[in-house]
Design a protein around this ligand. Structure first.
Ligand code: PMV
Length: 301
C-alpha cells in the first residue's frame, strides 16, 4: 500500500522572533505544497527527496516515529516540493507530511495535537530552538494565531488574505538569525524584551483586524512590526527596498516575513492596487510568488 499526503508551506504575518520567547504570532498556510509518498520496503530504507537538501528532518521523523510506535519495517519515502528555497517552511512541511503519511501507512490514528507534539519533538531534536508555528500552519491550515508559550492554535481565518509575497533573492540560515537575536537579547535584555512585548501587542491588534477583515489596520500593523524588525537589525537593504516600493505603490502595509536576513517580504494590497504593487516590487528586483493563503492543512490524497 502507498500513501501520499500534501503539506502546505507557510508565511509569518506578525510576530517572528518574539514567538520564540513565549509571545504569540499570526501565520498563514499557503498554496505551495510538499508532497510525501510513503510505502513499506522489504530490504532497506530508501529516501528520494529531490529539492530537499537537508534530510535530517525526514530521518529524525522516521526514527522517532519508529521508536514511538514500535515499527520495525523498512520504509521507502519520496517527496516532491513546490516550496523551493524561498523560506516557505519546507522543513516543517517535510516533518508534518512524513508523520501524517507514516501514521496512515501503519494505521496509527493521530489527532492534530498528537501530530503537533510529535512534530515539535522532531523539530527541536534537529534544530534545538524553534517555536513550532510553521508546524502548526502545516497541520491546521488557515490563518492561525499561535501562542508561543502554550503552543495553542486558534484558526482565525480560512479566507485568503489580500496579500502578495516576494522573494528577495537572498538566503540566510534561520538558525543563524535566531542565534543572532538571542545574542542581542543577552546583551540588551530590557531593550529586546520591550520590543517583543510591543510586537505581541501588534499581534493582538492583528488578530482583531483579521477577524474584522480590516486590511487597512492590518497593513498599518505590518508596517509597525517591520519598524521593530529593523531595530533588531534583521532586515536587509534589498528587503527594505522591496517593502518601500510596495508601500509607495499603494499597499496597505508591508514587512519582511520569517527570520530575516533575506527570504521573503509580504505586502497587504487591495485588488485595485495589486498589479501596481507587483510591478513596483519586481522593478526593485523582487521575485513575486504566485500564491493564495489560508489553505487547508496536511491532507491525505
Ligand atoms: O525563517 P522562517 O520563515 O522559518 O521563520 C522563523 C521564525 C522565527 O520566529 C524566527 C523562528 C521560529 O521558530 O518561530
Amino acid at each position: 500500500m502507498s500513501i501520499t499526503v500534501s503539506a502546505p508551506g507557510k508565511l509569518m504575518i506578525l510576530g517572528e522572533h518574539a514567538v520564540l520567547y513565549g509571545y504569540p504570532c499570526i501565520a498563514t498556510a499557503l498554496s505551495k505544497y510538499l508532497f510525501v509518498e510513503a510505502i513499506t520496503d522489504i530490504s532497506k530504507d530508501v529516501l528520494f527527496t529531490p529539492g530537499i537538501s537537508n534530510q535530517s528532518f525526514l530521518r529524525s521523523a522516521l526514527t522517532i516515529f519508529r521508536q514511538n510506535y514500535g515499527i520495525k519495517k523498512y520504509i521507502n519515502i519520496k517527496t516532491r516540493s513546490e516550496l523551493g528555497n524561498y523560506g516557505l517552511g519546507s522543513s516543517a512541511a517535510t516533518i508534518v507530511g512524513a508523520l501524517k503519511a507514516l501514521s496512515r501507512l501503519f494505521n496509527i490514528p493521530l489527532s492534530d495535537k498528537e501530530l503537533f507534539d510529535l512534530a515539535y519533538e522532531i523539530a527541536i531534536t534537529v534544530q534545538k530552538k524553534a517555536s513550532g508555528f510553521d508546524l502548526a500552519c502545516a497541520i491546521y491550515g488557515g490563518t492561525i494565531y499561535f501562542d508561543g508559550r502554550t503552543k495553542k492554535v486558534e484558526k482565525i481565518s480560512t479566507l485568503s488574505l489580500p496579500m502578495i509575497a516576494a522573494f528577495s533573492g537572498q538566503k540566510r540560515n534561520t538558525v543563524d538569525m535566531v542565534g543572532y537575536v538571542e545574542q542581542l537579547k543577552q546583551e540588551k535584555p530590557h531593550f529586546i524584551e520591550e520590543i517583543f512585548r510591543s510586537i505581541a501587542l501588534l499581534v493582538e491588534e492583528g488578530k482583531k483586524a483579521i477577524l474584522n477583515c480590516n486590511w487597512k489596520t492590518l497593513g498599518n500593523l505590518l508596517n509597525k512590526n517591520q519598524e521593530f524588525l529593523v531595530k533588531l537589525k534583521i532586515s536587509t537593504q534589498k528587503l527594505d527596498q522591496m517593502i518601500d516600493a510596495a508601500r509607495k505603490a499603494g499597499s496597505f502595509g508591508a514587512k519582511l516575513s520569517g527570520a530575516g536576513g533575506g527570504d521573503c517580504m509580504i505586502a497587504l494590497v487591495s485588488l485595485e492596487k495589486k498589479s501596481q504593487v507587483i510591478q513596483a516590487v519586481k522593478k526593485v528586483g523582487g521575485e513575486v510568488l504566485d500564491l493564495i493563503t489560508s489553505v487547508e492543512g496536511v491532507s491525505v490524497l
